[in-house]
Design a protein around this ligand. Structure first.
Ligand code: SF4
Length: 376
């Protein structure tokens, strides 16, 4: 320990999508592309309104679909962040991208403008599953993404996969993971399809459509872990796998309860124990910034026991676990946690809480968040 805080991360939200996918509950807009230039002017203004921070260790430009907008707008944001805060040497600068937007020319322009990592929403290598998820790309387009991005100068390429949609067979998922590995990415994220309130998917399920099946998703998760770790990827977080040296720094910092700045529609930031969130309506976001104000929708002070619980809640997602002696002691006394401990779903050693079966991470996290402060 040097006593120096780690450099902050930074999240930038770009909400524009071609259409809204049925399972999506992010802050997104479709059919409002006439606002793109105005939105980027607002983003640059918001960056200048943020209180001083040291050089940033990582930047994540996510969405929405950032890759839909002109590369010069995206690279202007990187330049704006560099001018305002600086970037540490070798800072990770990630762009989230949809495969259908990618071309060698765009990739080269983005890499020249400072992006070093790209994370593609590949989701599946099965065209039937892609269509069901409302995605606009086809599996064949995914094969070249990694090579094209590396050739353009990206140092790290990640593929996101979603498992457990209603028509995805076990064979389809197995083939998806194998084809993802064959494409040669540095990093793979695998997420279970979830039914979020307010989404088109939740309305379909409420109307009687089959929802995702928990047992099917557990089996598919296990397949992903086996295939990816067998191919040499390190399972460093519940949903994330990386070749050594390619772990996502932005996520690593947030799971370690580090500080991160946040800009854009609905973005959430965390600085020195204060969590803040931006407004989620695009017209309000633009109008507030254009009137010279920060587009804040709320702040929350996370201190004391709540901060400890949050640190444990975030930290148990990492393979190495989290050192949180007070929370560990409270967990050891909790009736529900006792059962999970006895079943070897997680362990506590010298104040470090560590998952042994990542499928039970959400169950342990729920128990953690319900723990009363010592003495209460
Ligand atoms: S899932 Fe991605 S592409 Fe689809 S609406 Fe949400 S942010 Fe946009």
């Amino acid at each position: 320990m040097t006593g120096q805080p780690d450099p902050a991360g930074c999240y930038v939200h770009v909400p524009f999508c071609a259409r809204v996918c049925p399972y999506c509950d992010f802050a997104v807009v479709a059919g409002r592309d006439e606002l793109i230039d105005r939105y980027f002017e607002a983003l640059l203004a918001e960056i200048t309104m943020e209180p001083e921070a040291g050089p940033l260790g990582s930047v994540f430009v996510g969405g929405g679909t950032p890759s839909r907008v002109r590369p010069d707008l995206l690279t202007a944001v990187v330049a704006g962040l560099r001018d305002r805060f600086g970037l540490v040497d070798g800072a990770e600068v990630t762009l989230e991208a949809n495969p259908e937007d990618w071309s060698p020319e765009r990739a080269a322009q983005l890499a020249r403008g400072g992006f070093s990592r790209v994370s593609f929403g590949a989701q599946s290598f099965d065209d039937g599953v892609l269509a069901e998820l409302g995605r606009l790309h086809r599996a064949v387009e995914l094969e070249r993404l990694v090579d094209d991005s590396r050739a353009a100068g990206f140092a790290s390429v990640s593929l996101d996969l979603i498992f457990g949609s209603w028509s995805e067979s076990p064979e389809s998922w197995h083939a998806t993971v194998e084809r993802a590995i064959a494409a040669g990415p540095d990093h793979v994220s695998t997420y279970a399809l979830t039914v979020e309130r307010g989404t088109e998917l939740s309305r379909q399920v409420a109307a009687g459509a089959p929802g995702p099946d928990a047992d099917d998703q557990a089996d598919k998760y296990t397949v992903a872990v086996e295939l990816l770790t067998g191919a040499g990827y390190v399972h460093y977080e519940v949903s994330n796998f990386a070749r050594p040296g390619h772990e996502c720094e932005y996520n690593r910092n947030t799971w370690a309860q580090g500080d991160y700045l946040a800009f854009g529609l609905g973005a959430h930031g965390h600085r020195k124990g204060v969590r803040r969130r931006n407004v989620r309506r695009i017209d309000a976001y633009l109008e507030v910034i254009e009137s010279g104000q920060r587009p804040e929708a709320g702040t929350e002070h996370i201190t004391g026991w709540d901060a400890e619980l949050e640190r444990a809640f975030l930290g148990i997602r990492r393979a190495e676990g989290v050192e949180a002696p007070e929370v560990a002691a409270a967990l050891a006394d909790d009736f529900e946690a006792e059962g999970l401990l006895a079943a070897r779903k997680f362990e506590i050693q010298n104040g470090v809480i560590r998952m042994l079966d990542p499928l039970f991470t959400d169950a342990v996290a729920r128990v953690v968040l319900g723990l009363a402060a010592p003495g209460e």
